[in-house]
Design a protein around this ligand. Sequence first.
Ligand SMILES: [Zn+2]
Length: 222
Amino acid sequence: MTNARDPETFYHVGKPGPDDDESCTEFETSDDAQFVDDGVVCPSCRSPLDHLTWVPPYLTELECWNREFTDFVFGFGSLLLSERSLAAIRSSGLIGIGKADSVEVIKVRKHKRFQGNPPSYFLVEVVVSKAAVDLEASGFEHEGNVCLECRTGQILKRWKRVVFESGTWSGEDIFRPIGKRASFFCTRRFRDFCLEHKFTGAVFLPAEKYNHDFYPNEKPKK
Ligand SMILES: [Zn+2]
């Protein structure tokens, strides 16, 4: 399914699951966290493009599933990076991380015993690319109408893979695409850099293998 005109290989960047051979740390905002609606809507269908924006102070609770604090920490569609991974990515020239704000860890929940304090973490903005999910080639199934502009519909039922429409990717190494703005994708270059530097806490799955079914008991359309 690789597009002949676009030699780039993309990966979904996600949280490790229990079956993955990768440590996982997750985060939650503190109970009294404040969120605002940034008011950014699709010019065509007027749906909000992003979920609510978390505003300072960034007080965070970590949950460690393994015996370490990881470099990548996922939580409700947002991403924290450890200071060392953020600094390395910044100085590498890899594109796609926007602003980064320091967070304060106020609570740590460890499922396994280990020593040490968490590293400094930053809430990072992952930019929105012009890369647009090719809904048909990716096997997206929605219920109700789908907006051609933001490529979202009322209910997303499942998708079989993620393929971007030829020529839409705007060159970022880590990004959120149109049609799947709450997910992170990256280039092979970004993935290789993370593996080389042994950054922990993220799983890089080829975008062509990234699928999900919210209605597994329902018979999918052909
Ligand atoms: Zn729209």
